[in-house]
Design a protein around this ligand. Structure first.
Ligand SMILES: [Cu+2]
Length: 316
């Protein structure tokens, strides 16, 4: 059903390239042709060669020619575009479903068995349907090597699908300007062999704790990397979009609750509330409505690990 030549990174590459090269070729031809005709006319009909203006009354043959040829050219362009676009709207029934949760400024990929990954990990030669969800503003999922891009619009159900055909890593970009750190909103598609993917998919850990740091809080840190918390918060005291996590745990914070300033202690309960209902208490001096709730992607257990990590930053 979705057979292709099998040598391109995705099933869309060949049709997309045909349309692209055709349109580029026609444009080049017109550019060169028009430029040379123009230069010839400048030369042929200049004042020295043609002192008395030549009156041309019209030429039916030419007029038909320059009406018919562009119509044919644009219809062929339309055909290539249509033929390339149509399959993107028809995902195969047996496609694997993955939800992409986009927010300022990260992508998170959520699998049917609850697994989550900041990298899009997929098995080769399996149709993949990505359900596109945005937590805040308009983002756009763009995989140049796969020749596919789709806007992610908050509140609207959208999807994209593709067939990855070659194992390897490919870049993902957010292609819609979505705020201050937009340029750091990118990720990777990792196309694995079917066996490798199965092994990864079956691993029990929702998010693997990776990296040098294996001490207390490592699991929490891994979860926060996957969720993109560090796009707005730093562990080293630098103020980014939100307050730094350094020595945050246990301190007193002035927050705005329903417009009134109150002082709270940064304890587990407050942290949990900050993650699940970020706009309930707004930390003084920071913007409201930027951080969105993580209710759909973080469990109580994940939040407990995050709290562990925040605690571990106190003695640094
Ligand atoms: Cu974005």
């Amino acid at each position: 059903m979705y057979s292709t030549t099998g040598i391109e990174a995705s099933n869309y590459v060949s049709t997309f390239n045909t349309a692209f090269y055709f349109i580029t070729g026609v444009s080049l031809l017109l550019l060169v042709g028009l430029t040379f005709t123009m230069l010839y006319f400048v030369f042929r009909y200049n004042k020295k060669k043609n002192l008395v203006a030549t009156q041309i009354e019209g030429n039916t043959f030419l007029e038909i020619l320059w009406t018919v040829i562009p119509i044919i050219l644009s219809l062929v362009m339309f055909y290539f575009g249509w033929a390339g676009w149509k399959p993107t709207t028809r995902p195969p029934k047996d496609a694997m479903n993955i939800t992409s949760v986009a927010r300022m400024w990260s992508f998170l990929f959520v699998y049917e068995n609850g697994k989550q990954s900041p990298e899009l990990i997929v098995p080769v030669n399996t149709p993949i349907k990505i359900n596109l969800v945005s937590m805040d503003v308009i983002h756009s999922l763009f995989i140049p090597d796969f020749r596919i891009k789709a806007d992610i619009i908050p509140g609207r159900e959208k999807f994209m699908w593709f067939l990855p055909q070659i194992e390897g890593k490919y870049k993902i970009f957010c292609a819609e300007y979505c705020g201050l750190q937009h340029s750091s909103m990118h990720s990777t598609v990792n196309v694995m062999s079917q066996e490798k993917f199965k092994a990864w998919y079956a691993e029990s850990a929702k998010v693997a704790a990776v990296g040098e740091n294996a001490g207390p809080g490592a699991a929490g840190e891994a979860i926060m990397r996957a969720q993109g918390c560090f796009a707005c918060h730093t562990p080293d005291g630098t103020k980014l979009i939100g307050p730094s996590y350094l020595n945050l745990y246990g301190t007193q914070q002035v927050v705005l609750r329903e417009g009134k300033e109150i002082t709270v202690t940064v304890d587990p309960e407050y942290i949990k509330r900050s993650i699940l209902e970020p706009n309930a208490d707004i930390t003084k001096g920071f913007p409201a409505n930027l951080m969105q709730s993580y209710r759909s992607t973080l469990s109580d257990d994940d939040i407990a690990k995050i709290i562990e990590y925040l605690k571990s930053l106190n003695d640094k």
